[in-house]
Design a protein around this ligand. Structure first.
Ligand code: ADP
Ligand code: ZN
Ligand code: ZN
Length: 688
């Protein structure tokens, strides 16, 4: 007697079948079992989602196709994992199948049964941890944080200054857990792949190689499968990963750490646009795992959750090695603001800053200079006519990269050689406008051409950004040079400001951070403050040099209140001020938002779809509890010849917004518009 199975299969985002299809199986497979099933002309991986029902002899016995096979050697996915997927799909308005299958390694689908069987040969028993590094003796603050973590359920926000030793808290929290529950598993999330190697080394040194696996999009499919199987079979006790790892199958998960929890890269920006940080909190509650969020500049969402008592705040205010020397203020780099209004026209590096950098070079210390724009110049322009290096496919300029004399669009990737002469008027005098890291590096090289190190050798300037680190291994190489002291001044994008434990830097400079001060994006000040605090955190990490460390900010608006709090390293004051503004404006975390985005052949079609959806929404139950704004073009309105527009939905209640979005979904699916290419809902969007 065959059984009917409800199987979740990879389906398009908004397909009306919701990702669940009916198949027949001789065996009554249980929910969570992995199967291969026919779908159209393909065979795909699927997950059994509901208990099997026996099929009678009636006509419906023949409607469904039989499954093609089941992946017997692999344990079933847990009810908790399925619930996490269900919640994510509902909350972020995507299909179950899309979310479920995105959470599984692609090779599960591609390997034959025999190939899989070979990979499944498990180690006989959990190997004893082969640690090579002992835990550090804790600072008082670390000890207190760990004690508080043990005493309560959380979720916890570890508000720890840069250099306060948050990583050691993560390590020892994991260690204590594994000591009391040897089978337990720990998930540690980091915002960027770049930051994983250093952290992975520390975890491996503490817990042994076999117990730690990585999970991120930079891994090859076989590596991902291996990590996934190790986590799923609970052979690996610690999973270190980027946002995707929040969906890792970990049957004995007891602790989730989200390092740098404020980082925007926890938000997925395509497909199911989930926030891995928020899902971590949900998952912790679901599975009874403790959740520990960590940051020196927490997201205002998490900060507010502490204010309301929903999260428990653990504070580590001082840097390791400096608590004894008194107050916290002196332990952090002094902030120096340079008023660019007082500088000669076209100044890039103020003389004061240049002088301070030269002093560092003379003393054999390192400086870090950052600018949030890569390439040589953001625009190339003709000096005789109006021509600028516009991208033919996007409403954006192509960036001039001098190193290979190309114009590259950072939105669609369209790349061309720089023309010899203006394509419009033939003038050969075309000039770069503005400045990116490549030009900054070149300019600094000219300014410091005659400066020598203490040993008489020329100054060593290096650059680190997405361009310089494109090749495999390049990033590691550049970081190693930095750590070895083979670089005097490092120029880079915000990439260099995050997380790295550089020991020799005593000066950090932000060249031009002003655009964020007056951005239309209400989160821009939060991001800028976080960025500057993180950047400042790269300076003076070696306690011996902390006193002489400085954070320089060149700005046209030195009176801006954001800088007053930066000078005092006062994140709580900054947060309080921002939260007051947000509350008055009903912005998150006091209000809740979703965006409906549309892409179409023309801007009119994109907006027409949004406006039609908005009109239809007025009829829905619960529409009175949300505010729908008008459709507007996105800030970069055209990318790769596709026009983009969006419509903001707001509500004072998360529940009301969720109920509205659920009711709206079928309406959106039924709304047709000629020229529409695709649409998507972004719940809790980070950029509006
Ligand atoms: P954070 O992530 O909070 O910025 P880290 O975890 O990188 O700080 O720690 C800063 C530095 O302090 C690291 O070099 C780390 O090895 C060191 N450190 C952390 N805890 C201790 C401790 N208890 N004793 C000695 N050194 C420590
Ligand atoms: Zn011209
Ligand atoms: Zn383009």
């Amino acid at each position: 007697m065959p059984h009917r199975l409800a199987v979740v299969v990879p389906t398009p985002a908004h397909s009306s079948i919701g990702g669940r299809l009916s198949y027949l199986s001789e065996l009554p497979l249980l929910p969570g079992a992995l199967v291969r099933v026919p779908l159209g002309r393909r065979e795909v991986l699927g997950v059994v989602w509901e208990p099997a029902a026996e099929v009678g002899a009636g006509p419906d016995a023949f409607e469904s196709k039989p499954i093609a096979g089941s992946l017997d050697g692999i344990d079933r996915l847990s009810a908790n994992w399925r619930q996490l997927v269900t919640f994510s799909a509902n909350y972020y308005q995507r299909s179950l199948g899309e979310v479920a299958l995105a959470g599984l390694p692609p090779q599960l689908r591609d390997l034959s049964a025999q190939q899989l069987a070979r990979r499944l040969k498990r180690p006989d028993a959990l190997s004893e941890p082969q640690a090579t590094a002992a835990p550090l003796p804790l600072t008082v603050e670390q000890g207190e944080a760990l004690a508080a973590l043990a005493a309560d359920d959380g979720p916890f926000l570890l508000f720890g200054a840069t250099g306060s030793g948050k990583t050691e808290v993560y390590l020892q929290a994991a260690q204590r857990l594994l000591a009391s529950e040897p089978q337990a598993q720990v998930l540690v999330m980091v915002p960027e792949i770049n930051l994983t190697p250093q952290l992975q080394e520390r975890f491996i040194a503490r817990f042994g190689e076999d117990n730690v696996v990585a999970m991120n999009s930079g891994m090859t499919p076989p590596q991902r499968l291996k990590s996934w199987l190790a986590a799923h079979s609970a052979a690996a006790r610690i999973v270190l990963g980027t946002r995707m790892s929040v969906f890792a199958s970990m049957p004995r998960l007891r602790l989730i750490v989200v390092d740098e929890e404020h980082d925007p890269s926890y938000k997925q920006q395509e497909g199911a646009r989930y926030s891995a940080r928020d899902l971590a909190v949900y998952r912790g509650k679901l599975e009874g795992a403790k959740v520990l969020l960590g940051s020196a500049t927490p997201s205002l969402e998490s900060w507010q959750a502490c204010e309301k008592g929903r999260y428990q705040r653990l504070v580590m205010a001082s840097r390791v090695g400096q608590a004894e020397t008194g107050g916290t203020a002196g332990a952090f780099p002094a902030v120096r603001l340079v008023d660019m209004n007082l500088q000669p026209k076209k100044t890039v590096f103020s003389p004061q800053l240049l002088d301070a950098i030269q002093q560092r070079i003379a003393r054999g210390e390192q400086s870090l200079v950052f600018l949030n724009r890569r390439g040589y110049a953001p625009v190339l322009a003709c000096t005789a006519c109006d021509w600028k290096s516009e991208c033919p496919n996007c409403s954006a300029y192509r960036v001039f990269h001098k190193i290979d004399r190309t114009l590259r669009c950072h939105h669609c990737g369209y790349t061309e050689r720089v023309p010899r002469a203006c394509p419009v008027c033939g003038n050969v005098d075309i000039a770069p406008v503005g400045r990116g890291t490549e030009r900054l590096e070149e300019h600094l090289g000219e300014l410091l051409a005659d400066v020598k190190q203490a040993n008489g050798e020329p100054v060593r300037i290096a650059r680190m950004d997405a361009d310089s680190t494109r090749l495999k291994g390049a990033l590691e190489q550049q970081l190693a040079r930095m750590h070895a002291g083979d670089v005097d001044v490092l120029v880079g994008t915000q990439m260099v400001t995050k997380g790295h434990d550089f020991r020799r830097i005593t000066l950090v400079a932000a060249i031009n951070p002003d655009s964020a001060l007056f951005s239309s994006d209400f989160r821009a000040p939060e991001r800028l403050f976080g960025l500057l605090m993180q950047a400042a955190g790269r300076a003076g990490r070696d306690a011996a040099q902390a006193g002489a460390s400085e954070m320089w900010v060149q700005t046209w608006h030195p009176q801006h209140p954001l800088f007053a709090n930066l000078r005092k390293h006062d994140y709580p004051a900054f947060a309080a001020q921002q939260l007051r503004e947000r509350e008055q404006a009903g912005m998150p975390p006091f209000g809740f938002q979703a965006l409906l985005r549309a892409e179409a052949r023309t801007q009119e079609a994109a907006q027409a779809f949004l406006n039609a959806a908005s009109t239809a929404a007025q009829e829905l139950d619960g529409a009175d509890r949300v505010t729908l704004y008008s459709a507007v073009p996105m800030s970069v309105q055209r990318v790769a010849n596709v026009e983009r527009a969006q419509l903001l939905v707001e509500s004072a209640s998360r529940g009301a917004l969720q109920r509205f979005l659920a009711a709206w979904q079928p309406v959106l699916q039924a709304t047709r518009e000629k020229g529409l290419i695709r649409w998507a809902v972004d719940v809790d969007p980070l950029v509006i």
